[in-house]
Design a protein around this ligand. Structure first.
Ligand SMILES: [Zn+2]
Length: 341
């Protein structure tokens, strides 16, 4: 007879389609707690897959579904699979899949002011150049582009390992994620796609860094802080994944050095020399739309491939700043999936 522990280690594989051998079936037949854990896991995975399937995410995320469930089983004392979704949810956000509710994500009262909390957190320093060179903590070098080709899966694996090692000793926050801020200092001309890839590695189950601070390299503008949601909320009736109401969506497309910005029924271009008046017009629209949507308003930057991926980083930063100034605490992103393996 298998132990509960052995059984739970086998569950993620079984839910992912591996054959359940007789010993696992025997245990499940006789153990209510493990049967309940199996059913809870199945529900969570179905929910997650339902959300992800629409966007055909990279194998990185699909594998993560099973990997993180296994890790969770190893460390699980609670029998709850909920934390499994925390990290996956952050990864899913980058594919435009929102499985999360913001309810329950409020910081506990009595916390120090947010800025102080942020400043106290350990940092993962990521410097990204427009040619695709990525530096981790100022010395480890990686390439998101080699001889004109986009990042290789092997390089993504190297970056993932290095980041996992860098956060390994960090304290964990209430969600069970490392209490770390990824400080992204990026050259203005960098294609947004490369920044998204770095954010996807940050959201990998082995890294799980969901807070980002965005800087423009060589600029003394105040950095922008953004946190991807990590609270695995469910629909109130426990059925379908709960989707955010996206109150305001801004779509970005690159045309050479210019960026076409679409929001509601307005269209603008950044990079033609009149950016200040263009940004003022977008800001006015964002303020009105978000005020009308009320306190739960959310905002999303959508950069659909292929043109969205080539939008210059500084233009995305402009829009992010406008959305935060208009009252959205954290901006959601949708865009490029990782290159396939
Ligand atoms: Zn059991």
């Amino acid at each position: 007879m298998l132990s509960c522990e052995e059984t739970r280690l086998a569950l993620p594989g079984i839910e992912a389609g591996e054959h359940a051998d007789g010993t696992v079936r025997d245990h499940l037949a006789s153990c209510d707690a493990c049967r309940e854990a199996a059913s809870e896991l199945r529900t969570d995975l179905e929910r997650l897959r339902a959300g992800l399937s629409a966007l055909a995410p990279s194998p990185l995320v699909e594998d993560a579904v099973v990997d993180i469930a296994r890790d969770q089983a190893r460390g699980a004392k609670t029998g709850s699979w909920k934390p499994v979704l925390v990290t996956l949810a952050a990864a899913a956000v980058l594919f435009g899949v929102i499985l999360l509710s913001q309810q329950g994500g409020e910081p506990p009262s009595g916390e120090p002011p947010e800025q102080a909390t942020r400043d106290a957190r350990p940092r993962l320093t990521l410097d990204l150049l427009a040619d695709g060179r990525l530096f981790l903590d100022g010395h480890q070098e990686f390439a998101l582009r080699t001889n004109g080709a986009w990042v290789s899966p092997g390089e993504i694996a190297r970056i993932t390992e290095a980041m996992a090692a860098a956060v390994a000793g960090a304290e964990h926050d209430a969600s069970g994620n490392p209490d770390v801020v990824a400080v992204l200092t990026v050259e203005a001309d960098t294609p947004w796609m490369m920044v998204q890839w770095v954010m996807q590695v940050c959201a990998h189950p082995r890294v799980r860094v969901t807070r980002h601070q965005f800087h423009r390299m060589g600029s003394d503008e105040a950095p922008l802080f953004n946190e991807l949601p990590t609270d695995p909320g469910m629909a109130p009736d426990g059925s379908d994944p709960l989707m955010f109401t996206r109150s305001f969506k801004v779509k970005l497309f690159a045309y050479g050095n210019e960026t076409k910005v679409k929001a509601d029924d307005g269209t603008w271009f950044l990079g033609r020399g009149d950016d200040e008046s263009v940004l003022a017009a977008i800001a006015e629209l964002a303020r009105r739309a978000l005020a009308a949507a009320g306190p739960d308003a959310s905002a999303e930057i959508v950069a659909p491939p292929p043109r969205g991926g080539r939008v210059r980083y500084e233009h995305v930063l402009h829009i992010m700043r406008i959305l935060q100034d208009a009252g959205v605490q954290n901006v959601l992103f949708e865009g490029a999936a990782m290159p396939p393996r």
